[in-house]
Design a protein around this ligand. Structure first.
Ligand code: SAH
Length: 400
């Protein structure tokens, strides 16, 4: 039995179906009336138009997603124990990682772990936390307490510097230590490969941990090959590829000079000589065009661009950019070479990506075999009732 009496709000008729299926969002248009009696971020009960309990979540009047659901169980209070149970359940899933091999992973994946608005990445003994919603901000003290109890972390860095917070009426903040101590640079292992993570200044929380399984998958194609890693960031795919054989040669390209510098350092960290590989600080589109003009060919090309489309409105534009990028990538790929195409745009689906690859190949009169298709790693679970929270697509193809 719930011990707390929560304020409540009612849905319009027939608006409870997706919630009953496990969806965690309620758009403002589904409510009979905006619950002005609930403060921003406050917890409330959602009732059907006939007055039945449907779910319990937190409210924000400032956003389209007015309510994010925390539980469908009327007896479950939103308290310290609730947060602890959710965090414990998330930790249990991550027991799949052998810390001797992999100690960098997403510990809490927001809706996918039943904690909407909360992202926590683990880098060795440090946690990096992001809070995206007003409701989760209210729960911050409970979250911190539970994380420290459940994870044994030595320090927690709060990185609330993402602009997505503005949609919730929240300010962006400078990175701040909210528990223990947080080093400037953190050495981690991923499938036994070593990386140093700059959790303070790096993109996202410092590393693209959602590419772990794709990096490992790349290795089987890479021994002795000439690899071009476009949008390399700190060299994730590059280091994995280079480690497969002393004959493998990798070119890493990224527009960010600090990322390219870190990529070199990550090579050295793994006993690889950066002098035997190439590192380019450049715009990938310009660089690929130059390579094409120079007649350069690679055995493997990796394309892992930033999200071209963050909203549906720019979808058409983004699809065009994916086609252009894949065409450019194929033009520097030798016949029979392997292309790894990734997209982290939520509004671009797997079919869109396959379509972009297919169209690019047709333009160049080349044929494509689909070899492998991936989404996120196991540490980025997706609530099946909410496919829209899935964002990453990655496909390996062979292009004749
Ligand atoms: N593959 C990387 C992650 C890529 S994230 C990994 O495994 O870690 C996207 C990267 O693209 C970022 O590092 C960003 O700096 C870079 N980037 C964005 N636009 C670019 C452009 N036009 N040319 C080159 N790099 C770009």
């Amino acid at each position: 039995m719930s011990l707390v009496h929560y304020p409540s709000t009612s849905l319009k008729p027939h608006r409870d179906e997706s919630l009953q299926n496990g969806h965690l969002w309620i758009f403002s248009g589904a409510l009979q009336q905006a619950p002005s009696w609930v403060e921003t971020g406050g917890v409330l009960d959602v009732k059907s138009s006939t007055g039945q309990f449907v779910a319990r979540g937190y409210y924000n009047s400032a956003t389209d997603i007015a309510i994010r659901i925390l539980t469908h169980n009327e007896d479950e209070d939103i308290d310290a124990e609730f947060v602890r149970r959710r965090i414990r359940r998330a930790c249990e899933l991550r027991a799949v990682f052998d810390p001797a091999q992999t100690n960098a992973y997403r510990l809490i994946n927001s809706e996918g772990d039943g904690l909407p608005g909360l992202v926590v990445d683990r880098y060795a003994d440090t946690l990096v936390m992001q809070i995206h919603t007003a409701g989760m901000e209210q729960m911050r003290p409970l979250v911190l307490e539970a994380l420290l109890q459940e994870t044994g972390a030595q320090g927690i860095l709060l990185r609330n510097d993402g602009t997505a917070r503005r949609r919730e009426g929240l300010f962006t903040e400078e990175p701040q230590v909210v528990a223990g101590e947080v080093p400037k640079q953190i050495p981690v292992r991923e499938n036994g490969v070593q990386f140093v993570i700059d959790v303070w200044n790096g993109q996202k929380t410092g590393f693209f941990i959602d590419q772990r399984d794709k990096r490992a998958a790349l290795q089987k194609y890479a021994p002795g090959k000439r690899v071009l890693n476009c949008f390399s960031y700190t060299g994730g795919f590059s280091v994995y590829a280079a480690l497969t054989s002393p004959e493998t040669r990798v070119t890493s390209v990224d527009v960010s000079a600090p990322a390219i510098k870190a990529a070199r350092e990550n090579f050295t960290l793994n006993g690889l000589d950066p002098q035997e590989h190439a590192f380019e600080t450049a715009d990938v589109f310009d660089y690929l065009e130059q390579l094409r003009q120079d007649g350069e060919l690679f055995d493997i090309v990796v394309l892992d661009p930033p999200a071209f489309a963050k909203t549906l409105g720019v979808r058409t534009h983004a699809l065009k950019a994916y086609r252009r990028l894949n065409t450019l990538g194929m033009q520097v790929l030798r016949p029979g070479g392997i292309l790894l195409t990734c997209s982290c745009s939520g509004v671009i689906g797997m079919d869109d990506i396959l379509g972009a690859i297919s169209t690019s190949a047709q333009r160049l009169h080349r044929s494509v075999q689909l070899l492998e298709a991936y989404t996120h790693g196991v540490d980025h679970p997706i609530n099946l009732a909410m496919p829209e929270t899935s964002y990453l697509k990655a496909v390996f193809t062979r292009v004749e």
